[in-house]
Design a protein around this ligand. Structure first.
Ligand SMILES: [Zn+2]
Length: 121
């Protein structure tokens, strides 16, 4: 494999939705954060329940990657808050493709190039 091989991931937006349900945790309808590569990007002052975030985190890397159109990961977009009494849901939307290079993201020492965040500056 060449060290300059590129790949892409979806940027994501994760929005809190209630649709009339009652939240138990602090879930504010419409509040959202973005996922860009490995980074969670919060607007100024935004807050997310750590319990809800714990439920969301395992799914985000899969949602970032290309998936078969028939795969439920492609079609199902809402994740429930793990509190069974809570009406909070989180809608994950794919927004744009972001390209990365293997050399800028790998941890393999013999293939490692300039980290991607140093090229963003
Ligand atoms: Zn909740």
């Amino acid at each position: 494999m060449s060290d300059d091989t590129e790949f892409w991931l979806w940027d994501l937006e994760v929005e809190t939705v209630l649709d009339g349900r009652t939240p138990v945790c602090r879930h504010v309808e419409g509040e959202a954060f973005r996922v860009e590569g490995e980074a969670l990007v919060f607007p100024e002052g935004a807050r997310v329940s750590m319990y809800a975030l714990a439920a969301l985190l395992p799914l985000l890397p899969a949602k970032q990657r290309p998936t078969d159109p028939a795969d439920w990961m492609s079609t199902d977009a809402e994740v429930a808050c793990p509190d069974p009494h809570c009406g909070g849901r989180f809608r994950i939307r794919r927004t744009a493709r972001r390209t990365f290079s293997h050399a800028a993201t790998t941890g393999l020492p013999d293939r490692r190039g300039t980290p991607y965040w140093e090229d963003e500056a």
